[in-house]
Design a protein around this ligand. Structure first.
Ligand code: UDP
Ligand code: MG
Length: 320
């Protein structure tokens, strides 16, 4: 029997065959230098390339490596959740596979954890090699979230962070489906602190967050932490009624005191189109919430696992 791991590192991977060997060697070097028992949990999120084969080889060489193989692609946030569910360390580190989050920052996080912090999040200072669009949308997104939510979610932080076992257990009790993990962790409270790091360029391959996934991620984040978009329709409605009333007075004035009636085709078209647009948008926003309510009520499991590697049997049973 090997010793219980003190540190668990959770790595979500989706089609990362080109980065895995380098990722493993850097992470392995960092973890070995700590001289404490650890485990690295790779969560294969339904990759269609050689990712799983590579992970399999790593598992045979190194028993600190564990693999959770999803039955299909369930998404980044779900993969992180699964890794946490299976972890046993006293501290859990979540890190991306593409080396944008440098593994060398982990010892600094552990230092802070030893000082008594429960959550140590990586704060992105500089972002290298990302497109202008990605940086702009990320920056706008974090600031919009700040305006919309009452939870104090630190800006410019991703999921690269260390959390204490207590936090992980609290997180496990939250069964939300469309989850925004960094938001939930902030919501939980605990003693939190950031460490600055420079977000590197992706080591190889391309981003697994195309625009569509980014949009879903943003909607999940906003809808799970704010009702403000729903309130927007009532405010807009009130504002519109006010202006319509003013316009009504104007129309009445024209009708009663002048003789320039029925010249208003253009203006009625504009008003019509404009209002229809607003109404559809508001319906859409309400729909985003309703869809998520529907999703929660179905009560399906968050993810389905095809197989796991290198986990002890009692750990698998304990988890379920
Ligand atoms: N990822 C995942 N499932 C997905 C998309 C991404 O597990 O559906 C993983 C991916 O392999 C990487 C991490 O999540 O380890 C972050 O993804 P990526 O680097 O593509 O996002 P970006 O850094 O561009 O925001
Ligand atoms: Mg990345």
């Amino acid at each position: 029997m090997s010793e219980a791991a003190r540190f668990s590192v959770v790595v979500p991977v989706y089609n990362e065959e080109n980065v895995l060997p380098e990722m493993y060697s850097r992470l392995h070097a960092v973890m070995e230098a700590l001289h404490q028992p650890y485990e690295i949990i790779f969560v294969n999120d339904g990759s269609s390339d050689r990712t799983f084969a590579i992970l399999n080889e790593l598992c045979e060489q190194d028993h600190a490596i564990k693999v959770i193989d999803f039955a299909k692609n369930f998404g980044h946030q779900t993969a992180i959740t699964a890794g946490m569910d299976y972890s046993e360390g006293e501290a859990i580190v979540v890190i991306d596979a593409d080396l944008q989050d440098p593994p060398e920052v982990i010892p600094l996080m552990i230092e802070r954890w030893n000082e008594g912090y429960d959550v140590v999040y990586g704060k992105r200072g500089e972002r290298k090699g990302e497109t202008f669009f990605k940086r702009l949308s990320a920056s706008l997104f974090y600031r919009l979230m700040r305006k919309l939510t009452d939870v104090d979610i630190p800006v410019d932080t991703g999921d690269f962070r260390l959390i204490d076992r207590k936090v992980c257990n609290a997180l496990k009790s939250i069964k939300e489906r469309n989850r925004y993990i960094r938001g939930i962790i902030s919501w939980l409270g605990f003693k939190q602190i950031g460490v600055d790091f420079c977000r590197e360029e992706r080591f190889a391959g391309e981003t697994k967050y195309p625009f569509k996934k980014m949009l879903k991620f943003a909607f999940d984040a906003i809808t799970s932490f704010s009702f403000k978009p729903l309130k927007l329709s009532s405010y807009l409605g009130m504002l519109m009624s006010f202006f319509s009333f003013i316009y009504l007075l104007f129309v009445l004035y024209q009708k009663l005191f002048t003789n320039q009636t029925v010249t208003g085709w253009a203006s009625s078209m504009v008003v019509n189109l404009f209002f229809n647009g607003i109404v559809l948008m508001m319906l859409g926003i309400a729909g985003e919430y309703i869809g998520r309510i529907y999703d929660e009520t179905k009560g399906r499991p968050l993810y389905v696992v095809r197989q796991v590697k290198n986990f002890s049997r009692n750990r698998i049973e304990r988890r379920s």
